[in-house]
Unconditional design. Structure first.
Lengths: 111, 117
């Protein structure tokens, strides 16, 4: 079983729609959960993180965490073509800086 | 806004040669990391470094790899004898602390593309 799993996509949504990206993880000791955006040939850019069960909103982005189901998601409201990128889910355990990444989900927002 | 910087942006080397990849972490950060991403694959953790010591390393980080903080600002990754399979993007990252879940953030540099021929 992979440590962090994401559907590789591509996920295609029309401009203005809500994009929903999902991630599952296997290690119940995972404490913090991160969403990074990566454009082709570029480095991961931190969008947001979450560590408590429930929802966390930041502008057009909402992260959702369900530790019982070992599930993290990212919702992007009012999707824009500039949101087209690969979205990486990463997890870390308590008191370690090591991030374990999923394969990433490619999002395509069509004008 | 503070950022992690890396040099060079692209390094081409021959198999068996030594390379040094350089990074300047965010100035008030204390924890430093190297990751790599082979083309088309996921980002993989290599090593973490704190207080002039390796704090954690992955199976990938074998004796061919070493890290160093030679001065107060630079953080380097050395590959002693490069192999074809070392071709990848290498990312440096840094974080301010480890223990505060409500504010833990890890920022990545732009990466160095290493091509081994």
């Amino acid at each position: 079983q992979k440590e962090v799993e994401q559907n590789s996509g591509p996920l295609s949504v029309p401009e203005g729609a809500i994009a929903s990206l999902n991630c599952t993880y296997s290690d119940r000791g995972s404490q913090s959960f991160f969403w990074y955006r990566q454009y082709s040939g570029k480095s991961p850019e931190l969008i947001m993180f979450i560590y408590s069960n429930g929802d966390k909103e930041d502008g057009r982005f909402t992260a959702q965490l369900n530790k019982a189901s070992q599930y993290v998601s990212l919702l992007i409201r009012d999707s824009q073509p500039s949101d087209s990128a690969t979205y990486l889910c990463a997890v870390r355990r308590w008191n370690t800086g090591k991030l374990i990444f999923g394969q990433g989900t490619t999002l395509q927002v069509k004008p | 806004e503070p950022e992690v910087t890396q040099t060079p942006s692209h390094q081409v080397t021959q198999m068996g040669q030594e390379v040094i990849l350089r990074c300047v972490p965010i100035s008030n950060h204390l924890y430093f990391y190297w990751y790599r991403q082979i083309l088309g694959q996921k980002v993989e953790f290599l090593v973490s470094f704190y207080n002039n010591e390796i704090s954690e390393k992955s199976e990938i980080f074998d004796d061919q790899f070493s890290v160093e903080r030679p001065d107060g600002s630079n953080f380097t990754l050395k590959i002693r004898s490069t192999k074809l399979e070392d071709s990848a993007m290498y990312f440096c990252a840094s974080s301010a602390h480890l223990d505060k879940a409500d504010s833990y953030e890890q920022y990545f540099g732009p990466g160095t593309r290493l091509t081994v021929t």
